[in-house]
Every structure is written in structure tokens, then in C-alpha cells.
Design a protein around this ligand. Structure first.
Ligand SMILES: [Zn+2]
Length: 121
């Protein structure tokens, strides 16, 4: 039997738990994916960290983001959309904030194919 590990798509813990809305986002059940060890290891080896978003964007996500029930992949896509909306349709969002949002979306995108391959159903 292969080992199954719980992967938080928003990692590492020490970065994402500094600010309460970030911590809440990180612990949404749909954003914690059961992965077989090989794929899990690969994600962490190839992608050191998912950079944390700014606090304004995290506030917006805490209010607006809705995961897709029991569907981690669609929940990741919904998170990318929510980040895009929070950083592009918010008068307070600076260019830097938008760029940071794009980097986080990219880090999520990077994980999707590996998650699809390694998800333990
Ligand atoms: Zn992990």
C-alpha cells in the first residue's frame, strides 16, 4: 500500500499562517489534497514555496472565495479566478499586488497536473 499524505496547496505553513485570513484559506478542506508520496514529494522538490499574497488580497479572498465542494482541482481554479478578480477589480490593488497574484496563480497552475496524477481517491 502506498503512503497517502495531505498536501496543502498553499504552503509552507510558516508563511501562510502569519495572517489569520491566509491561515483560514490554507485550511479550507478542498485546498488540502490527499496525494501519494511520489507526487507529493515532487511538488515540494520542484516548487519551493507558494509566495504569500498581500493582506488586502487575503482579506478579499476570505470574504469572496468559495471552494467547489469536494473538488480540489475546481477549487484551485476557483481560487485563481478569485485572486484575479481581487487584484484586477479592486481600486486599491497596485501593480505589485496584481503581479503577486499572478505569481501565486502560476504556482497553483504548476501543481495541477501533478495533483491530477497523484491524487488518492
Ligand atoms: Zn505538501
Amino acid at each position: 500500500m502506498k503512503a497517502i499524505e495531505k498536501h496543502h496547496v498553499l504552503y509552507p505553513n510558516r508563511l501562510w499562517t502569519q495572517y489569520e485570513p491566509g491561515k483560514r484559506l490554507r485550511t479550507i478542506p478542498e485546498l488540502i489534497v490527499p496525494l501519494y508520496h511520489g507526487g507529493h514529494d515532487r511538488i515540494h522538490q520542484e516548487l519551493e514555496q507558494v509566495p504569500v499574497l498581500d493582506t488586502y488580497t487575503l482579506d478579499r479572498l476570505a470574504r469572496d472565495y468559495e471552494p467547489v465542494r469536494d473538488n480540489p482541482i475546481f477549487s484551485i481554479y476557483a481560487l485563481q479566478t478569485a485572486i484575479y478578480q481581487a487584484t484586477n477589480f479592486n481600486y486599491r490593488a497596485s501593480k505589485v499586488s496584481r503581479m503577486l497574484g499572478e505569481v501565486v496563480c502560476e504556482a497553483l497552475e504548476y501543481q495541477v497536473p501533478i495533483i491530477k496524477q497523484s491524487i488518492a481517491k
